[in-house]
Write a protein that binds this ligand. Structure first.
Ligand code: AVJ
Length: 331
């Protein structure tokens, strides 16, 4: 049988409305300078955004499926239990701006209740985002979907194609925890400024809880979080041209109660010399590279932080163990 000469008109473009813009991605020179500066610092550090290459995004998705990793599951319970209240507070026909959309699953589960006018998915991992949005557009053929490949940590730049009415910023998953509290205020304040008069924010935050629960969430027995942490070195090898040998680095994660944060590090298991074009760093056995902070909050402290950033927390939903909070704010 020969293929049809004229395929059905809709067959070729299964995702006709989908637009993906790659704006404001920093030039590779800037990324290299940032990475090199972090590696030569007395306390070496790699920014957590480098976790999210294609494999890293998949490993993070696997983390969220671990029984020990409580934030995603607990937040999902809150969404499921309070869906009606959330929809009542937020309303429909919003310009739904998903910050760090990942696989877009969390947002998609709200579409039925929230009926957004436009869905804008922003993520640093462009290839991962493209695949997710192609899938999503097939499931929601009539939804206006816009993808934006952007590192929004230092400020969000929304192109003209983004609707300016009823902007709802969706920042779930406790991603805000990667910022120190003072940086979080700066970030949320900038977000407020790009929202307009009728802006809203729906934000999830992981709460302070039993230390054993927190530690297990970031050092799981399967070693998925360890793989996620160590994979950052492969990403850095590709971007900066370093010669990290992943096998020489151990995953370290612990809760620091004084700073109310999880810290993740990579620890050299032997003396290591790392070289890259234009640089070198020697690490003694036991020396660490700081890869992530994940701040935890008390609900009242987080509400104060939101107010300091110019937002009015109007509703807060908790799970029954008070492990996670979802906060709805108006501008
Ligand atoms: C995506 C920043 C919310 O801090 O819990 C998960 C990243 N790191 N396991 C978090 C992460 C290790 C995650 N955030």
């Amino acid at each position: 049988m020969s293929p049809p000469a004229n395929p059905a008109p809709h067959a070729a473009g299964a995702t006709p409305r989908l637009r993906l813009l790659q704006s404001e991605l920093p030039p590779v020179q800037a990324l290299r300078a940032e990475l090199a500066a972090g590696l030569v610092a007395p306390q070496a550090a790699i920014p957590p955004k480098y976790f999210y290459d294609d494999l890293g995004s998949r490993l993070f998705a696997a983390i969220t499926a671990l029984p020990e990793y409580t934030p995603t599951r607990t937040e999902a319970q809150i969404f499921a239990r309070h869906a009606g209240d959330i929809a009542g507070a937020v309303g429909t026909a919003t310009t739904f701006i998903d910050l760090g959309a990942g696989d877009c699953g969390k947002a998609a589960r709200l579409f039925g209740a929230l009926r957004p006018r436009q869905y804008v998915a922003v993520d640093i991992s462009v290839d991962f985002l493209r695949t997710a949005l192609q899938c999503l557009q097939r499931e929601h053929p009539d939804l206006d979907i816009l993808g934006i490949g952007q590192d929004f940590a230092r400020g969000l730049a929304l192109p003209g194609a983004v609707g300016d009415r009823r902007r709802l910023f969706f920042y779930p998953g406790s991603s805000i925890g990667n910022f120190a509290p003072d940086e979080a205020i700066v970030f949320l304040h900038r977000l407020r400024a790009c929202g307009g008069a009728d802006a809203q924010l729906l934000i999830g935050v992981d709460l302070i809880k039993d230390e054993a629960v927190l530690n297990a969430a970031y050092d799981d027995p399967l070693g998925v979080t360890a793989a996620f942490n160590r994979n950052v070195l492969r990403h850095v090898n590709r971007v900066l041209g370093t010669d990290f040998d992943v096998a020489q680095w151990k995953h370290v994660a612990f809760y620091d109660a004084a700073q109310t944060r999880i810290e993740m590090h990579l620890e050299a298991s032997c003396d290591v010399t790392v070289r890259w074009p234009g640089g070198v760093r020697r690490f003694a056995r036991g020396e660490r590279i700081h890869t992530e902070n994940s701040y935890k909050y008390r609900p009242e402290t987080f509400a104060e932080l939101l107010r300091a950033a110019g937002w009015n927390p109007a509703h807060i939903w908790l799970d029954e163990r008070a492990w996670f909070a979802l906060v709805h704010c108006r501008g």
